[in-house]
Design a protein around this ligand. Structure first.
Ligand code: ASP
Length: 598
């Protein structure tokens, strides 16, 4: 590390090669052991840890200073490096073969008693960790995660630089861009009553950059979406956003392969296998019941509707008669007792199924199941054959509308196939998404965003429910890392998409007139993508949620326990903005404050 003026080397950089040299260290006291006279301290800085021996006989400092040293004091030490005495070598520590014998120690800054232990063994409540994030990041978990995040971004920038992309910043106070989430709004003082939106992504600006002739753009961009929190969602998150002109899907996927390969090479020892496998959305849904399939394991959905085409079993016959399907997963040898099998039914119901049929393949090739008696021998044999059932295998079967069947079996598949640990990486590109999501009432909303090119404009107009778009996702271990698309570069098609989405031409003109106009000045065909950096790094680090990868994240309720945001503001600030808090909100505040005081 570059050391600066106050130290000559990083604590964690010292090795046997340095034995005999005189060094100056600066860092924090991570551990302290008083061995009756001689005091051992571990000094930690951003490079790691080294053991320092403070022997009062060498008079490195006054008795008072030495005995007053506490954990997390910030200190500077001069001393000489020597091998550790035999039997005290610590093979777990990179600097564990040596120690530094201090000749002086200076306290640069004392530390108050700590709110929690900074060792990695102590389990600390997350809101306390977030309140003291600056202490939490002295612990190795956060320190390592921050390094990994920086390495990942560095690797991404290298790919972008090597391929001639221009890094361009786009504004964060903008007019709202529809990406499917709620906007975060910022009131304007100069134009009272008007609002900026924080960008859900730089989507329209990067398209303007293409119109502006930039051809290859990228940015490590902050994006804001006012969504409910989940383990892998934050209202504020970071994307590697890029776009290219005269590009189609394959150009984008080639860049993504390079990005994935370099990031993984820097964060993991094993290289990834290229090319990344591709499957269409239709395939992913049919085989895995998900548009972000976890491909670390097979356990594909098996459509067994044909087996029951003329079944007497009413539950299946009814569903098939209404155009639904009967499908199964072979969950393998679960060895469940009856109560465990019943729990599978409860789980499926919790996921929205009306019911679930379980069947266990018996040693003699028969089937054990509450519904076995309703099935003919030939149906049983065909079922076992279709599911490749081996003795002991449990088959989980759902009969319903195909969309529901896939959704539920897709989730049951994750329950039973989820591999332990996070070592294996299964990347996939999912392509050819539908243009629109259709809800149960038949309403259409763009599956990606409304600037995505439909594969066939006529198809989009005549049968929007089934029309395919030129969009694609990158998936890793069952998580969506990001999405992108080939864009619409023709203003007439863009206007048509708005029309199909029920955005009237007046509204489209009012909200996006400036963009539709820009499209009319010789727009190059273009395509792009955005990767969620927080999620990518969290998966590579095996972290269960993206908060572990974000230096200063918000809690599940959108609060920052460290700085107290979101917070009230002064009345005069509100006045300047022309904003008045509604009386019922003021009442609710007063009530909450009174409750907190009780
Ligand atoms: N703007 C899109 C998003 O944030 C990504 C893209 O289409 O490039 O999901």
């Amino acid at each position: 590390m570059a050391t600066g003026l106050m130290k000559t080397i990083g604590a964690g950089e010292l090795r046997s090669d340095h034995v005999g040299s005189v060094v100056t260290l600066a860092g924090w006291i991570a551990r302290r052991r008083d061995h009756g006279g001689v005091i051992f301290v571990d000094i930690r800085d951003s490079s790691g840890i080294v053991q320092v021996v403070l022997n009062p006989e060498d008079a490195p400092a006054s008795e008072e200073t030495l005995h007053g040293l506490r954990l997390e004091y910030c200190v500077q030490i001069e001393g000489s490096v020597r091998p550790r005495p035999e039997g005290t070598v610590n093979p777990d520590l990179p600097s564990g073969a040596i120690e530094v014998v201090a000749s002086t120690i200076t306290v640069l800054s004392p530390a108050d008693a700590l709110p929690f232990q900074l060792d990695d063994r102590t389990d600390v409540d997350e809101s306390l960790r977030l309140q003291y994030r600056y202490l939490d990041m002295r612990r190795s978990r956060m320190a390592e995660n921050l390094k990994a995040r920086s390495q990942a971004i560095r690797a991404m920038r290298r790919v972008m630089d090597d391929q001639g992309f221009l890094e361009v910043e786009t504004p964060t106070l903008i007019a709202s861009t529809p990406e499917g989430a709620r906007d975060m709004l910022v009131p304007s003082r100069l134009r009272e009553g008007n609002f900026y939106a924080l960008p859900q992504s730089p989507q329209l600006f990067k398209q303007l950059l293409m119109i502006g002739g930039v051809e290859r753009y990228y940015q490590v961009a902050k994006c804001y979406r006012d969504e409910d929190f989940r383990a892998d969602r934050q209202i504020e998150f970071t994307q590697l956003d890029f776009e290219g002109s005269f590009w189609g899907q394959d150009d984008v996927l080639a860049v993504l392969e390079e990005v994935a390969a370099r990031v993984v090479a820097d964060l993991r020892d094993a290289p990834i296998e290229l090319p990344i496998q591709r499957l269409t959305y239709a395939d992913a849904m049919a085989r895995f019941g998900s548009d972000k399939p976890d491909l670390r394991f097979d356990m594909e959905l098996i459509d067994i509707s044909a087996v029951f085409a003329s079944t007497e079993f009413k539950a299946f016959a009814g569903v098939l008669g209404e155009g639904g399907s009967v499908q199964a997963i072979n969950a393998g040898n679960l060895a469940l007792a009856r109560s465990g099998l019943d729990a599978q039914v409860a789980r499926a119901q919790e996921l929205g199924a009306k019911g679930l049929v379980w069947m266990v393949v018996e040693d003699d090739g028969g089937l054990r199941s509450p519904v076995a008696k309703f099935l003919s021998d030939s149906e049983k044999a065909a079922l076992i054959d279709a599911c490749d059932g081996q003795p002991g295998d449990t088959l989980l079967i759902i009969a319903d509308r195909t969309k529901t069947v896939r959704n539920i079996l897709g989730q049951l598949r994750l329950d039973h196939g989820q591999p332990e640990g996070h070592e294996e990486l299964a990347f996939a590109f999912v392509t050819d998404f539908p243009v629109f999501d259709v809800d149960d009432d038949g309403n259409l909303s763009p599956a990606h965003h409304p600037f995505t090119a439909p594969a066939d404009i006529d198809e989009m107009v005549t049968s929007p429910e089934t029309a395919i778009s030129r969009s694609y996702d990158l998936v890793l271990n069952g998580s969506e890392l990001g999405s992108g698309s080939v864009r619409i570069h023709d203003p007439i098609i863009q206007a048509k998409v708005f029309e199909v989405m029920n955005i009237s031409s007046e509204v489209a003109e009012e909200r996006f007139g400036w963009f539709l106009e820009a499209l009319r000045y010789g727009t190059p065909p273009h395509a792009g993508f955005a990767i969620g950096i927080d999620r990518f790094v969290s998966i590579l680090r095996g972290e269960p949620n993206i908060r572990e990868i974000i230096p200063f994240p918000k809690t599940q309720t959108g609060a920052d326990p460290l700085t107290g945001s979101p917070s009230k503001v002064e009345e005069v600030q509100l006045q300047e903005l022309g904003i008045q808090i509604r009386p019922e909100v003021l009442e609710a505040w007063a009530l909450r404050e009174a409750e907190q005081q009780d």
